[in-house]
Design a binder for this molecule. Sequence first.
Ligand SMILES: *Cc1c(COP(=O)(O)O)cnc(C)c1O
Length: 409
Amino acid sequence: MKPSHIPFNKPFVIGKELFYIAQAVMSGTISGDGMFTKRCQKWLEEQLGCPKSLLVHSCTAALEMAAMLIDVGHGDEIIMPSFTFVSTANAFVLRGAVPVFVDIRPDTLNIDERLIEAAITPRTKAIVAVHYAGRACAMQALQDICRRHKLHLIEDAAQAILTEHDGRMLGTFGDLGCLSFHETKNVICGEGGALLINNPELIERAEILWQKGTNRHAYLRGAVDKYTWVDIGSSFLPSELTAAFLFAQLEQAESVIAHRRQLHAKYHELLRPLEHDGRIELPVLNGDYAHNAHLFYVLCKDIEERTELIQHLGERSISAVFHYVPLHDSPAGLFFGRAHGELPVTQNVSARLLRLPVYAEMTGQDVERVADAVRDFYVARSSGSTVRSSRDIAALNNTSIHETATSPL
Ligand SMILES: *Cc1c(COP(=O)(O)O)cnc(C)c1O
């Protein structure tokens, strides 16, 4: 009998999603900024500890609002990792800015804070901290650098909902934090996101941009007597249907993450012998940098081995995908951005990283099946091969990384 398919990701319903959607429909209005939008925003403000949140239709939109709010202009430079999703860079490129790509740390795969100061120029306007896999960047160091150089700090916390670090939630450290509720993330609503506005000076203008450049919010509050066009803005709101779905998910967020933590622990336990034998590397268990079990990856020896492992898993009805194709030497990255140095860790990791399935309805048995398949792959291979240097991997990466299925998010 053919085993059932284990997808890479599977969107899920876990609580009152459909009930709340029905309630939204019955309420008579399903455009944005209604009851469920307000409930989601209140939840985020209370549970994450931020003075103001705005629900948006994607993390991409939240990043675009962040770029507008810090007044990014033509030629301004924004320091960020190359090992991230395109929206991190695009949001700023849309305002005419230049992404400056800095390498990542080999342990957390987050921007290497020790390399940042050398990348700062008089045009530097902000640092974007991307919390890869929902794992905290070195926030204290990043905050210190921003304070010393008078830079804005923006968090791309797309993957990082409810990660607590140094007694605070990720997304609330920077002037602005950006969350995603895309169906591949921990808490989902199809397409969705939130902008966390931690710097109180930015709240009033954030509401204006969010309301398409009008002072509708001030008008609704009775603070002004006319509702008119006062600034730039765009359509950033999700509909109430989306907000209703999301609110049900937020109510269950803790239990979703607790389950994902169990899946992670099981992967670690079952794959540790392979790591011990030097066949793969697993995510570092670094207690200083907490995470929310967003994704689980293994690092293969090199890109060929990864391609073969993807195929081996596929033959066993298991979908595994890799990311990210680095931004700094992508066509748009070369055109719009600038790399700070060689980025050897980014090159090395992006050629070797493979994401294994993790989703809300995944069972411990599913994890066992995936781990068994990974183990079978390595047992069947001849041993004795050596690990390649990062320079070899960088060369391979440039020639053949586009050959297999990639997951952009
Ligand atoms: C998912 C993701 C995004 C984009 O989120 P959307 O809600 O799909 O716009 C941005 N940055 C990172 C790091 C992500 O993982």
